[in-house]
Design a binder for this molecule. Sequence first.
Ligand SMILES: [Zn+2]
Length: 165
Amino acid sequence: MNDSGRDPGAARNRENVYEVSKLDRGTVIDHLRAGTAVRAASVLRLPPSCPMMLGVNLESERLGRKDIIKIRHYELSEEEAAKVALISPDATLSIIRDFSVAQKIDLHPPIAFRGLIRCTNDVCITHSEGIRGRFFVASHDPVTAACEYCGRHITADHFEFEKNA
Ligand SMILES: [Zn+2]
């Protein structure tokens, strides 16, 4: 990467390179666990040609290593934010409007939720009856969800996310 021509002061602080304020409008998902950005991006239903940047394995004081997603001209739905929280608990969501942070949200997995994921138990009644799953979070780190219908515990690595409508 050629950094010449950039403000040398910005390079001194590596976190500054990814400064959020450069988005005119959009969303920054920060403090994602390292290695989760691609999966988190995959649960978003972005419009075609929506610009998105992924940063992977960046230095972080809080996490050691972290991932980050910047999306231009897009704000996450509540469902998308909940899915991201299930993939990477304790990520932060910043809504950018007019080049500044309009809202900053600490994401946490919901305590109980309907839908979002599918039960991985093939014989669960949710599949045979075609009903949306209901889950509660049985443990936080890594996130484990328990199906209210069959009791199956599903860890975050095995979540099969519903497609958003
Ligand atoms: Zn189930």
